[in-house]
Design a protein around this ligand. Structure first.
Ligand code: PBG
Length: 321
């Protein structure tokens, strides 16, 4: 049945009708806020390339976590930035490492906040790669061992969810195994399963001081043109024991997200990465877009494509009423 009997505009005539016809919404419930933690005390330093984002020492991080939990954010994901780095990323799995101390402080103050941790080596290695380097090669299996030890140290510190972001093969299985052997069989793994080698991570690498000293991440992160391969990555991570899957970045990869939604029944997360966030802020600062509207439109598009959870730097401050 077509025009004039069908008129699509009938459901768009006023805000009440639009509200009734709305298919997707973004509420705080599925949002996860990334937080950066540094050594020291009393630190709350702005990240220049990410307006509104700061790096906190643990004491100030706890205050920030309280603030965002009070605003209705159910979960945070912590990234640690250590004072010292070395070739094997020794700080990554140190029992008294920067992120381990932050996890226990935040959980101590806010037991009901879901505290996730990013499991990776790149913030802790002096070369900035996500694994162990041999010459100019990033070696898979030795890296997996270090990543598993890192995940276990986060579990011991009290993390609610561990989220490996390195893209080494077999790391989900290794993490599952070491967690189970140490009585953490109930701890879920959120796998950064389809993580692409993206230009949109630029501002994050400033914040986390994790730009590779040589080369790039294309030998382990996915090639942006590949869609079928993303499904293989996700299927493999499920077989290895992942409890939830992530697609990253979000907005440029909505097709991958929609494929994943059609194929898998586990919780699906999407990461609106630093470049996606900062581009909207930069354009808004120039008066080229309405920043709030653009941010909300991006988030609802990510939800519409099938994400249950969205990791976003805007999670706490966006007005979602
Ligand atoms: C660490 C990691 C990165 C991001 C999340 N975890 C950086 C990278 O892979 O280079 C990017 C997050 C963002 O850009 O907001 N491996």
């Amino acid at each position: 049945m077509s025009f004039p009997r069908t008129r699509m505009r009938r459901w768009r005539r006023n805000e009440t009708l639009r509200r009734m016809a709305r298919e997707n919404r973004v509420s705080r419930d599925g949002l996860i806020l990334p937080l950066f933690v540094v050594e020291g005390s009393g630190v709350r330093e702005p990240v220049v390339s990410m307006p509104g984002v700061h790096r906190f020492s643990t004491d100030r991080l706890v205050e920030e976590a309280k603030r965002v939990f009070d605003r209705g954010v159910p979960a945070v994901i912590l990234f640690g930035i250590p004072a010292d780095k070395d070739p094997v990323g020794s700080g990554a799995d140190a029992a008294d490492g920067v992120v381990q101390r932050a996890v226990s402080a935040v959980k101590g103050a806010l037991p009901d906040l879901c505290v996730m941790t990013d499991v990776c080596l790149c913030e802790y290695t002096d070369h900035g790669h996500c694994g162990i380097v041999d010459g100019d090669e990033v070696r898979n299996d030795p890296s997996v061992e270090r990543l598993a030890a890192t995940a276990l140290s986060h579990a011991r510190a009290g993390a609610d969810v561990v989220a490996p972001s390195d893209m080494m093969d077999g790391r989900v299985a290794a993490i599952r195994r070491i967690l189970d052997e140490n009585d953490f069989e109930e701890l879920p793994i959120l796998s950064y399963a389809a993580k692409f080698a993206s230009a949109f991570y630029g501002p994050f690498r400033d914040a986390a001081e994790s730009t590779p000293a040589f080369g790039d991440r294309r030998s382990y992160q996915m090639d942006p043109p590949n869609r079928r391969e993303a499904l293989r990555e996700m299927r493999l991570d499920l077989e290895e024991g992942a409890d939830a899957l992530m697609v990253k970045p979000a907005l440029p990869y909505l097709d991958v997200l929609a494929d994943a939604r059609a194929e898998f029944d586990v919780p699906l997360a999407a990461y609106q990465v630093s470049g996606e966030y900062s581009m909207i802020h930069a354009a808004a600062e120039r008066g080229w877009v309405d920043g709030d509207r653009a941010m909300k439109e991006a988030l609802v598009a990510i939800r519409r494509a099938g994400a249950d959870w969205i990791i976003s730097y805007a999670a706490a401050d966006l007005d979602l009423s």
